[in-house]
Structures are given as C-alpha cells and as structure tokens.
Design a protein around this ligand. Structure first.
Ligand code: PSU
Ligand code: MN
Length: 308
C-alpha cells in the first residue's frame, strides 16, 4: 500500500495533554453542524470550548475535514464546522468512507466516541445520546450511538437520551448492551430537555471524584468493555416546560411521519421542529443541558487525571 498521511490527527495542544495525562474533554461536532441553528451554533461551539478550559481541561472538538479525522480543531476549522452547510453527518461507519474519499463531515456520538477513545481521551460531553426511535417496531430506527457505546470504553456525560426517542426502550437496550448508566445527583434518568424521563436509574453518584472512582474500578476489574453513560439532568429552572414539550413533540412526530422523514434526517428534523414551535425555548433547554454536561465533564476529567 502507498503511504498516506495519518488518518487521525491530534492538534498539538490535545496531543501534549494526552501524552502528559492532563485532563481532556472530547466534544462532538454534529450538534454544532446539524443540531443547532446558525449562526448561534458557532457561538455555542466556542462557548463550549471556553467552558472546558474554564473547568481546567483541554477541549477536543472532533470532525473529519478533507479526509482527515481531526481531534482538536483550530479556530478556522471550528468556523468551518459551524458554517459549511455541505458538511455531512458522519456516524462511526461513515468514518472510513470519508477518509478514503477525502470527504468532510461532522461526527455524531458514535464517531466521536470512537475517535476520542482512539486518541486516548477518557471523557466526552454531549447533549443527549441517540437511541431507539418511537416507531422502532416498523422502521427499526435505532441510533448507531448505542452499538458503538457497547464497544468503546469512554465516559459520556449527557442529559440522558433525546426525549424525541422511545426512552424506556433505549434504557432497555443500554442494559442489554451492558453500557454503564449512572445518574449524577439524581435517582431518575434525565429527559434531555426535561430534568427527568420519569424512569429510574440503578446507581446515583454525587461528585466528580465518585465518577472517577467508578472509572478506575471499571479499569481495575477489566470491566471497561463498554461506555459509561453519566446522566446529568438540566437544571430545574432551565428545563423546557413539560406540558409544552409533550404537546409540541407530538406534533413534531406527526409532521415527520407526514413528510416521510427517515434515517439520519429524523433527529435534526425533530430537534429543528421543536426549536421552531417552542419559540426557541427547546433550544435554550438544549443549550443549558449541554453547558451543564461540559462543565461536569471537565470536573470528571480532572478527577480522573488526578487518580490515574
Ligand atoms: N445531542 C444534541 N444534539 C444533537 C445530537 C446530540 O443535543 O444534534 C446528535 C448527536 O451527534 C447524536 C445524533 O449522535 O444526534 C444522533 O443521531 P441519529 O439519531 O441519527 O443517530
Ligand atoms: Mn437514526
């Protein structure tokens, strides 16, 4: 085979931090390119990186640009991810084709978790995970996030799974797949836009140090075969009004069905519909959740770095 440039490239800052065992937090790019409206998305991308730094960790936003998987983006690259409407949405299975064809795209949870782990990063923050869709019995639409989390031992801080999904079915799948699930300062699995999904979690942790202890125990037991999902609820004052949530979501699901939205387009369509029909309130709740997750992830990354 002819030699070609390394397909995964770490920024200098991220490489040094990983080599020295300093805290690093991976951030996905699909939420920026496909999950949030422009131009707010660029502001948010910058804000999240700044929040990781303020929390004492190095941010590593991940995307594939011109066939190279980048772990840690420069200023121009982050702008490109936010502004380039032609960027594709890349799940794990899309990484190799994107590299082979020199394509560009934003990475979802599955692709980001894989690349972050490959780069030696232990902690990853996002908004809400993908999961089992509500019409699963007919369409069999289950996010590729779940299958990847069953294979990659990374800690993912999130506000649960997106409430547009079948949350009980998703929790069941996570159990079957042996993905670790804990609630952070809650006994209930978070509901993304809402503080609670109404479903219980088996384990509750109350400090970043406890999460780091759990990560260490998984490693000591050789039980870090799968991901660890840390469910961190959106603050009560910033959640979406549950009544508004249920009402608009029901309409969004009907609209998606009527318009024949399928596959990768489903999640961005539903999130966009909610933003529009809640006058932006769902966007604020989404952002509040992501901010909280990023701040917690930085603390967990620090505790983890201190323990290892
Ligand atoms: N979290 C958010 N907004 C998003 C996503 C997560 O707050 O847009 C993205 C993630 O990249 C996740 C993807 O992996 O949605 C799931 O898409 P799908 O259901 O097509 O697998
Ligand atoms: Mn899907």
């Amino acid at each position: 085979m002819p030699s070609s440039p390394a397909p995964i490239r770490l920024s200098d800052e991220v490489r040094k931090a990983v080599e020295r065992g300093r805290p690093v937090v991976a951030l996905e790019s699909t939420i920026i390119s496909h999950g949030l409206p422009r131009p707010r998305n660029l502001e948010v991308a910058r804000e999240l990186e700044a929040a990781v730094r303020a929390g004492g960790a190095v941010p590593a936003t991940i995307a594939v640009l011109d066939g190279v998987a980048r772990v840690g983006l420069g200023k121009d690259e982050l702008e490109r991810v936010a502004n380039d409407e032609s960027l594709r949405k890349l799940g794990f299975r899309d990484l190799a084709p994107a590299v082979a064809l020199g394509a560009s795209g934003a990475t979802t949870v599955s692709a980001t978790a894989f690349l972050a782990h490959s780069a030696g990063i232990a902690v990853f923050a996002t908004g809400g995970l993908g999961g089992v869709h509500r019409d699963w019995t007919t369409l069999q639409d289950e996010s590729a996030d779940l299958g990847l989390l069953a294979r990659v031992p990374i800690t993912v801080v999130c506000a649960g799974v997106k409430s547009i999904l079948d949350v009980p079915a998703t929790l069941q799948r996570l159990e079957t797949l042996n993905v670790g699930v804990v609630g952070y300062r809650t006994t209930e699995f978070p509901g993304f836009y809402l503080r609670s999904s109404g479903l219980p979690v088996d384990w509750t942790l109350d400090t970043p140090e406890q999460v780091a202890e759990l990560m260490r125990a998984r490693w000591q037991l050789n039980a870090d075969l799968t991901a660890l999902v840390v469910g961190n609820p959106v603050p009560e004052a910033e959640q979406l009004d549950p009544e508004l949530h249920d009402r608009v979501l029901a309409k969004a699901l009907r609209a998606a069905e009527r318009q024949g939205i399928t596959g990768q387009a489903v999640t961005p369509f539903l999130l966009g519909y909610l933003v529009k029909h809640t006058d932006g309130a769902s966007l604020e709740a989404n952002l509040a959740a992501v901010r909280g997750n990023v701040a917690l992830a930085a603390k967990i990354a620090r505790s983890h770095a201190a323990l290892s």
